[in-house]
Design a protein. Structure first.
Length: 88
């Protein structure tokens, strides 16, 4: 046991290693003296969802730009604004 404790970095000799499980069942290791930043798996899933939504919006903007008519620029800008803000 003392040999194992000797391998720990300074400041970790007296802390306890914990296994934490989030609401979705993802597990992670942490320690009593570490800052808890939440579940990294849930955070990654959230970012992946946001990226997918942004890619979808980008596709809508690209489609909009292909069908944009300069003769109705004011109306076109309104439709682009609606796309970017989540409207139809």
């Amino acid at each position: 046991m003392n040999e194992t404790k000797g391998q720990l970095p300074t400041g970790m000799e007296e802390c306890t290693i914990l296994f934490i499980e989030c609401e979705k069942g993802h597990g992670r290791l942490t320690a009593t003296n570490w800052i808890d930043h939440g579940c990294s798996t849930c955070q990654l899933e959230k970012f992946e969802k946001e990226i997918a939504e942004l890619k979808e919006r980008l596709g809508m903007v690209e489609e909009w730009s292909e069908n944009c008519h300069a003769s109705n620029l004011s109306g076109e800008m309104d439709s682009l604004r609606a796309l970017l803000l989540g409207g139809e």
